[in-house]
Ligand binder design. Sequence first.
Ligand code: HMG
Ligand code: MG
Length: 304
Amino acid sequence: ARKDFVRIVEVGSRDGLQNVKTTIPTAVKLALIRRLRDAGLQTIEVTSVVSPRAVPQLADCRDVLADAEIQALLRDTQLRMPVLIPNLKGLGIAVEHGVREVAVFVSATEGFSKANIGCTVEQGLDRARQVATRAREQGLAVRGYVSCVFACPFDGPTPPAAVLACVQQLLDMGCYEISLGDTVGVGVPADVKALVSHLLRAGIPVEQLAGHFHDTYGQAVANVWAAYDCGMRVFDSSVGGLGGCPYAPGAKGNLATEDLVYTLHQAGVQTGTDLPMLVDIGVWISRTLAQPNSSRAGSALATA
Ligand code: HMG
Ligand code: MG
């Protein structure tokens, strides 16, 4: 058995919830974060501080961040509790609430950049640089996302060179890790191998890459395994397979945390998480949101 460790970045409370149409009470979001923490997750993307017109579901981000229990988690130096931030306005709000880590995000493609943040890729990189630079000056850690690494819902297939350019610039602006987002969830393991090889050949350290797979075509677990074989050890996932981006038409939820953990634990790879607890959270949150549980392992284990 492999004694390796994979770090899971739980994005359920941000990517997972951002596209849910009915307003979720803040108390449910808080309970979700607390339960994810209790299940052993050490990195949880709490929320985003974006335009409430762009993502109405997370308009209560200040209430989430100000909650006493969240405040304690934000101060816990054993944990990473990033908050997704598009601009300096968002950074200011995050810093006021004691956030110690932010995530900036760009798209490798023009079509999605325009739809998601209303500007070109170049302008998006400039904005991310402003946020990352100010955040680093204030002592915050910064994570970076590149969206549409395999394909764009508007522009078709993405050239690996476009992904590389974004990854390089995000690292240059001080991001400690870059999450490669298959926003629409169309990539397959062969695509993962091709892209990661391209990045590694260009000198990007594998330790600074993370995988962020959406499961639209049911490829997310296979993509993780391909990335794992390339040496990657950090993966984003969402309990119950919640999620999707409102600006990526047709995209389904994130890789389910339960599916990820099942795959890794069965291979002897440690994650520090408790699978039965994750399964319970997936069942609970799916029921609470009146959605089907999108985790295959979670559904199977819940009825086993
Ligand atoms: P804009 O309309 O050009 O911005 O949007 P603006 O500066 O003109 O502001 C518009 C309004 O929003 C103003 O309010 C601002 O104050 C407010 P008004 O004065 O009209 O009442 N505003 C804010 N409020 C709170 N926090 C802020 C903030 N910024 C402005 N930070 C902008 C440009 C980038 C702000 C907007 O397009 C936006 O917020 N986009 C974010 C969209 C988003 O969150 N998408 C989902 C996350 S990305 C994703 O899911 C992909 C990922 O998972 C990886 C993958 O799967 O690929 C990460
Ligand atoms: Mg995503």
